[in-house]
Design a protein around this ligand. Structure first.
Ligand code: HSE
Length: 407
């Protein structure tokens, strides 16, 4: 039997333990000896849990148990997850994780420690929750030149957006619901300010280029500046506002990456990705467009992805499941040179000025819109140009624009 341990008995960690019990019969089709969770590491006691006898507060109990071959790190955050992961890999124990913060910050280093110690560091659950995405990229698309990967990568914000749009809930009420459903990070700022999606697009961008895209280098905006009025304008344009992570590789090989809210047209498949679901596009030069879709957060969907990695490790005991992800840092293209069309709102007093600057504009209107506003979509222009141009308006800050997703 494969003996394993789980670090962190929170939403995902408890999902892993329960899933392994519940689906042991199907798991045995691949791993006939079965998988058993021998230890659960957490600071808390769980007296009412059927697994309470497996809880330990001392990581050494796990590291020093020679029967343990796989660890699931579902603690989240960099510390102590980083030290715990390193210590396990150095002993030849494979680690499977849902911890995108750690993967984005130390992925190549941990992969290289795993390779030196004939074990694996796997992170399917770190991007897209339950969606199989990392393994398809790493195993099925090695022959492709991938020129774009983009999509909805954060379940919490997509849930918030959907509830604000469809149920008319406030931002705070929608966030509270997402937290109650176990979607949000411990500190929801990581979700709503875009950092979680940013780390995920950094991981995907790194995997498609085989080098390191640092999330610190990626321009990152969240959804905190989006208002219910913006949603109404979006509806008037037959569009939806979605928080996207976008990575594009230009013909000359230069790479641009961004996390921001985008307006998505109605006939784009990402338009209908709602609730906690994530949707990710990958474009390969031979396979063309692929789309991955599923629950981007939540106890069992995320646990499912973690356990898929446990099975992969169990099939490869004594070997390394390899990734091409070098620690060489990729310089990203200057974000100021990216071009988009932008949705902009200014005061009606500045409507004439908008016409002079941008040329002929169609006003976007909806019933009940603010009386003193003029809203429009600009022609295509660079980030540098829109910033400079918006500075000419008293009623619009340079931040006050939403990009349109073009494809
Ligand atoms: N908070 C994350 C999200 C969890 O909502 O997408 C899954 O990574």
């Amino acid at each position: 039997m494969i003996q394993m341990a789980v670090l962190g008995f929170g939403t995902v960690g408890s999902g892993v333990v329960e899933l392994i019990d519940q689906n042991q019969d199907v798991i045995k089709r691949t791993i006939p000896e079965g998988i058993f969770v021998k230890h659960i590491l957490d600071l808390r006691e769980f007296p009412d849990s059927p697994y309470c006898d497996r809880v330990t507060h001392d990581y050494q109990d796990i590291l020093e148990d020679e029967e343990i071959t796989v660890i699931c790190e579902t603690m989240g955050g960099k510390n102590p997850a980083y030290a715990f992961t390193k210590a396990a890999l150095e002993r030849g124990i494979s680690v499977c994780t849902s911890n995108k913060e750690l993967v984005a910050a130390h992925g190549p280093e941990l992969l290289s420690i795993a390779a030196k110690n004939n074990c694996s560091y796997l992170f399917e659950a770190s991007v897209g929750g339950g969606i199989p995405l990392i393994r398809p990229i790493n195993a099925c698309l090695k022959q492709e030149k991938i020129t774009a990967v983009y999509g909805i990568l954060n379940g919490t914000t997509n849930y918030i957006i959907t509830r604000m749009e469809k149920a008319g809930l406030s931002f705070e009420a929608s966030l509270k619901e997402a937290q109650e459903k176990g979607y949000a990070e411990r500190n929801p700022a990581a979700d709503v300010e875009g950092h979680d999606a940013c780390r995920k697009i950094a991981i995907l961008s790194s995997l498609i280029c085989g080098k390191t895209v640092r999330y610190e280098d990626i321009p990152c905006e969240g959804i905190t500046g989006i208002t219910t009025t913006d949603f109404s304008y979006a509806r008037a344009m037959n569009m939806a506002i979605k928080l996207l992570g976008v990575c594009r590789v230009a013909e000359d090989g230069s790479i641009s990456v961004r996390t921001a809210p985008f307006l998505v047209r109605e006939n784009h498949p990402l338009h209908s990705v709602q609730d906690v679901f994530n949707g990710v596009f990958v474009h390969g030069n031979m396979v063309d467009d692929l789309m991955f879709y599923g629950r981007g957060a939540g106890k069992f969907p995320t646990a499912s992805a973690v356990v898929s990695d446990v099975i992969e490790c169990a099939k490869n005991i004594g070997r390394t499941v390899e990734f091409v992800w070098d620690n060489e840092i990729v310089p990203l293209s200057d974000p100021m040179n990216e071009s988009y069309r932008y949705f902009v709102r200014v005061s009606s007093a500045e409507a004439a000025k908008a016409g002079e600057i941008f040329g002929r504009l169609s006003e976007i209107r909806f019933e009940g819109m603010p009386e003193d506003e003029f809203a429009f979509v600009t022609p295509k222009m660079t980030e540098g140009e829109i910033r400079k141009t918006l500075n000419c308006f008293v009623s619009a800050s340079k931040e006050q624009r939403i990009r349109l997703l073009e494809d």
